[in-house]
Design a protein around this ligand. Structure first.
Ligand code: CO8
Length: 259
């Protein structure tokens, strides 16, 4: 891919690592950054050598939100007709699992970006918040929706209505927003370990798990259970189900072939 201005990328084993890298602005999410992020994630999604992705920032900031200076003079008609920031949510169409490794500030769009990932690991100094109201606007990419599902109504209301009540890493873990709190310097390595585990399982089956869990956010329980059951049935059409269960019965390690 062409030279990137706002991101660093690397692969470790079967894991693609994307690092937000706009240090002068605490990784504020400007348009150019998101264009690059969408492009890089899509490339990794289509790369058969990569099975899972880790998204991280710096030790000071995962991302301090949308770029306020870039958007401050926009008007309603421009926003509406250009669907301003609509391309932010392309990340939810990535089929491979994404683990967010969050250190420092995850504010506004930064918190929303983390919530669009599949798993969040937090460094012990991470801070999650939705300060938009202090700027005279509201969250625009899930802060009033995904956050409620992650931490419940009262905490989400408190965070979004005040803009100044943030969650520490510990609080975020207790509330269920993040699955693990780690020393700051271990977050990325642990995220990569988890991503590597996922990347070495059967890839189509991994995709089905991600699809099924995401379905739980979209549809009522009965429809979600039907969706799950159909995919469960479908796994028996794969070689990897035959291999996985045969390996168990024969007391050996499964060798998945992703078909
Ligand atoms: N946008 C632009 N620049 C920023 C941003 C930002 N969000 N955050 C930090 N910066 C810049 C600062 O302006 C500063 O630049 P400079 O050195 O040129 O003055 C540099 O980064 C360092 O920041 P600070 O000096 O402020 O660092 P501090 O350690 O003093 O403070 C804070 C850190 C508390 C994180 C502070 O920078 C801050 O409050 N930032 C803004 C946080 C915020 O309000 N975020 C929400 C933005 S709005 C949003 O995200 C809406 C999302 C809508 C998504 C819709 C999708 C469809």
């Amino acid at each position: 891919s062409p030279k990137l201005e706002y991101l660093l990328t690397e692969t470790r084993g079967r894991v693609g690592i994307v690092t937000l890298h706009r240090p002068k602005a605490l990784n504020a999410l400007c348009n150019g950054l998101f264009v690059e992020l969408n492009q890089v994630l899509k490339e990794m999604d289509n790369n058969a050598d990569i099975g899972a992705i880790v998204l991280t920032g710096s030790e000071r900031a995962f991302a301090a939100g949308a770029d306020i200076k870039e958007m401050k003079d926009r008007n309603f008609i421009e926003n509406y007709s250009e669907n301003f920031l609509g391309h932010w949510t392309q990340i939810i169409n990535i089929r491979k699992p994404i683990v967010a490794a969050v250190n420092g500030f995850a504010l506004g769009g930064g918190c929303e970006l983390a919530m669009m990932c599949d798993i969040i690991y937090a460094g012990d100094k991470a801070v999650f918040g939705q300060p938009e109201i202090k700027l005279g606007t509201i969250p625009g990419a899930g802060g009033t929706q995904r956050l409620v599902k992650a931490v419940g109504k009262s905490k989400a209301m408190e965070m979004c209505l005040t803009g100044s009540v943030n969650l520490t890493a510990e609080e975020a873990e207790r509330a269920g927003l993040v699955s693990r709190v780690l020393p700051a310097d271990q977050v990325v390595d642990e995220a990569v370990k988890t991503a590597e585990k996922i990347a070495n399982l059967s890839q189509p089956i991994v995709q089905m798990v991600k699809d099924a869990i995401n379905q739980s956010f979209e549809v009522p329980l009965a429809a979600g259970l039907t969706f799950e059951r159909r995919l469960f049935h479908a796994t028996f059409g794969s070689n990897d189900q035959k291999e996985g269960m045969a390996a168990f019965a024969e007391k050996r390690k499964a060798k998945f072939t992703n078909n």
